[in-house]
Design a protein around this ligand. Structure first.
Ligand code: ADP
Length: 336
């Protein structure tokens, strides 16, 4: 369980986190969603005791991070998506971390295996790709077999295979009853990863609800209609309150009216239909709209973000698997 209560953080006159209250419960993946600069990393650093809140309270498993007797056994964190700069082998890197918390060699081997690092565990971690570095970071996070996992943008910079791997791992860890809190600025990624969403913009809470509910609430239903008599159909539907956007001579995009009603009205007027397809609007577009006023100046256009797809995918919930999580969070400090 993670709890934030009226959490606020100011850097000079900049408010990074603004009176944020939420609870993250075990047994599901909770996505922490917001545009770049929304305050996600700052919130995570506050949770992990790496920064002090200006106001409010952050607790993990009912305690402040600094009061946890063996933090790695309670919470595992992955804070920065970058390769590890170390001359040590991956195995030795994990072993050193483990020794600080009295964790044995066997667990080191277990986590290396769990994240698929066994083959390269003896190689120098400094030479790892970003994807391998991420796996090593996650192995470190899992060392203490913690019940809470905090992952900041874990899929950034990963190839599609790495993204699916992390997604599946997070879902397994949640299915084991752990608390999994993962941040992202990508709506579509969260839609297929998270069961629950906490959405923020400019440090403030925008939504705290199930992913399904968020999709239902945010995406407008529309109907695509194709007819050789589209112009007449448009008049008929508009007269009944539908909003029509013509797409060429034969296709209409209809909102404010459900597909069955469109079909009934067309039939009543003896208008031939060649297509009648209910659709949802793009989730990414809905998210951009929702957070538009809360995107920082200069960070609104994210060149790394993929183009919005035509329609949103429903949240897929792949099966569960074993594993265990924690990492020494990288300290970004007060300045950056
Ligand atoms: P996100 O993780 O959602 O991209 P951040 O938490 O990194 O957002 O940043 C939120 C805001 O706080 C941004 O405007 C950022 O520039 C500012 N900020 C974050 N850390 C610091 C810091 N150490 N000093 C000054 N400003 C900061």
């Amino acid at each position: 369980m993670i709890e934030a209560e009226h959490l606020s953080k100011r850097y000079g006159d900049k408010t990074a986190v603004d009176d944020l209250s939420f609870t993250v419960v075990p047994g599901r993946v909770t996505g922490f969603l917001g545009p770049n600069g929304a305050g996600k990393s700052t919130t995570m650093r506050l949770l992990l005791g790496l920064d002090r809140p200006t106001r409010g309270d952050a607790r993990i498993a009912g305690r402040h991070y600094r009061d946890l007797p063996a933090p790695m056994r309670v919470v595992g964190a992955l804070l920065e998506a970058r390769a590890v700069h170390t001359g040590r082998s991956a195995y030795n890197h994990l072993l050193c971390l483990a020794q600080t918390q009295g964790i044995g060699r066997r667990r080191v081997e277990e986590v290396a295996d769990l994240v698929g690092l066994t083959e390269v565990a003896r190689k120098r971690a400094g030479g790892f790709s970003l994807g391998m570095g991420q796996r090593l970071g996650i192995a470190a996070a899992l060392l203490g077999d913690p019940s809470v996992l905090i992952l900041d943008e874990p899929v950034n910079g990963l190839d599609p295979e790495g993204i699916v791997w992390i997604r599946t791992l997070m879902q397994r860890l949640a299915a084991q009853g752990r608390t999994v809190f993962v941040s992202s600025h990508l709506m579509n990624e969260m839609a297929v990863t998270a069961d629950h969403l906490i959405v923020i913009g400019r440090g403030r809470l925008i939504a705290d609800c199930s992913t399904e509910e968020f999709i239902e609430r945010s995406t407008e239903k529309m109907v695509i209609v194709r007819s050789p008599d589209a112009a007449r159909l448009a008049d008929v539907l508009a007269a009944e309150g539908a909003k029509i956007t013509p797409e060429g001579d034969t296709v209409l995009t209809v909102t404010h009216m459900e597909a069955p009603r469109v079909g009934e009205l067309a039939s009543a007027e003896r208008i031939v239909l060649h297509e009648l397809t209910p659709r949802r609007g793009s989730l990414e577009a809905a998210f951009m709209e929702l957070t538009r006023d809360s995107v920082e100046y200069g960070t609104a256009a994210d060149p790394a973000a993929p183009a919005p797809p035509a329609a949103s995918a429903p949240p897929a919930m792949p099966p569960a698997a074993p594993g265990a999580p924690d990492a020494a969070p990288a300290d970004k400090g007060e300045t950056r």
